[in-house]
Design a protein around this ligand. Structure first.
Ligand SMILES: Cc1cc2nc3c(=O)[nH]c(=O)nc-3n(C[C@H](O)[C@H](O)[C@H](O)COP(=O)(O)OP(=O)(O)OC[C@H]3O[C@@H](n4cnc5c(N)ncnc54)[C@H](O)[C@@H]3O)c2cc1C
Length: 372
């Protein structure tokens, strides 16, 4: 059994971004059950960073992460938030949330919004107002993961793929991990297993945190013949509805923002959610979706208060939770990795997080101590 300083379970964006940081402090191994990083949630996301998020801590973590998003893992792309009938208050809320963190936000009339996305419908079922942020960030999950893999490897860390953790136990003050690709021991194990974090905890004899994986569906389809949609903003309703975003010149991605509770699994799109995606887009736009180019589903995993978790379990020494990234795991990952680095190595709390008002307690699993 090889001894290392940190074992990370899970090579999604959470595990890989944290591992890349920890590799500057000691030896790291990342154990991933699939043959490559990012096979589950991280590789199935819409990959856009924005502030239309309910929890203030999530918006603050997003703000702290923005300076870390650089080419080729991110580029500036506008984000348009549209209100359907009855969503006026939600539009005001989104605008206020944006104004806290972004100096590039503007309120648009329906006509102005339609100059950006000409297929938006006016009148019944259509939009009644919009907010635009010209400086949104389109992310590239694979480029982000690859950047972390390179940093990890340059610092001497190891990524073990095809290495499902099948046993995790504590002996002599160390965590012992067994996989088909090897066995490691470390004082600190980072549980970054996404939808599977409670399964990993149970394996370790640690009380689960109460993770809820929720399935979300995405479809892609061709834009109307001859229309170049590549400059269209990421366009999202401020309440229930949908979002669409360009996938190159002639293709659009759409999501009905569904949230269906499920077990941790290789999520697959269900027919009714695909139909819902198409229906919601067709209701609010003049687009007609005749044929899908592709479809997929992924899991967004939340803890009960829908805020992310980074910190040691209250009474399982060395067992670190990195969980509950929900629908914001990519856009908060740089800030979350800084938090992991500080807490797991006992270093000073990062200035980047202090500056946005996020302290260690806000992310700590101690907030669930009474149920753990
Ligand atoms: C449709 C959709 C759209 C989204 N849009 C956005 C967006 O626009 N912006 C944004 O920021 N976020 C978005 N998200 C959310 C984002 O994708 C997630 O928050 C993020 O990917 C979670 O990362 P993770 O590393 O925690 O999980 P994952 O990527 O699922 O990684 C967990 C890893 O753990 C591994 N694992 C599990 N059990 C074991 C075991 N026993 N042994 C070894 N390995 C194990 C799994 O194989 C997996 O690779 C979206 C998600 C979905 C589904």
């Amino acid at each position: 059994m090889e001894q290392v300083d940190f074992i990370v379970v899970g090579a999604g964006i959470a595990g890989m971004s944290a591992a890349a940081r920890l590799a500057g402090h000691g030896s790291v191994v990342v154990c991933e059950m699939e043959d490559a990083p990012g096979v589950h949630s991280s590789g199935r996301s819409a990959a856009f960073a924005h502030f239309d998020m309910d929890a203030p801590v999530v918006r603050a973590l997003t703000a702290a992460s923005m300076p870390f998003f650089e080419e080729p893992a991110a580029h500036i792309h506008p984000a348009l938030f549209i209100a359907l009938e009855g969503q006026e208050a939600a539009l005001d809320r989104v605008e206020a949330n944006y104004r806290e963190w972004s100096a590039t936000v503007e309120r648009l009339s329906v006509a102005e919004a339609r100059t950006l996305v000409p297929v938006l419908r006016e009148g019944e079922g259509g939009i009644i107002g919009a907010v635009l942020d010209r400086a949104g960030r389109k992310l590239d999950a694979h480029a982000m993961l690859e950047g972390h893999r390179k940093s990890l490897s340059a610092a001497g860390g190891k990524l073990a793929t095809g290495a499902a953790v099948t046993s995790l136990r504590r002996e002599g003050g160390r965590w012992l991990v067994e996989t088909a690709k090897g066995a490691w021991s470390a004082r600190v194990v980072i549980n970054a297993a996404g939808a599977w974090v409670d399964e990993v905890a149970t394996m370790a004899g640690v009380t689960p945190i109460g993770i809820s994986p929720l399935r979300r569906t995405v479809i892609t389809f061709d834009a109307p013949e001859g229309l170049d949609v590549s400059a269209w903003p990421f366009t999202k309703t401020v309440g229930p509805g949908f979002y669409i975003e360009p996938e190159g010149r002639g293709r659009l991605l759409a999501c009905p923002m569904d949230e269906n509770p499920t077990e941790p699994c290789d999520a697959q799109p269900e027919e009714e959610d695909i139909a819902l995606a198409a229906w919601r887009v067709e209701e609010a736009t003049t687009l007609q979706i005749r044929r899908l180019a592709s479809k997929w589903a992924g899991l967004r995993s939340f803890v009960p208060d829908r805020r992310p978790v980074a910190g040691f379990h209250p009474d399982a020494p060395g067992f670190f939770w990195l969980a509950g990234q929900g629908g914001f795991g990519l856009q908060t990952s740089p800030a979350m990795a800084l938090a992991v680095e500080a807490v797991a190595t006992g270093s000073e709390w990062p200035e980047e997080l202090r500056a946005v008002g996020v302290d260690e307690a806000a992310l700590s699993p101690e907030r669930f101590a009474s149920s753990m």
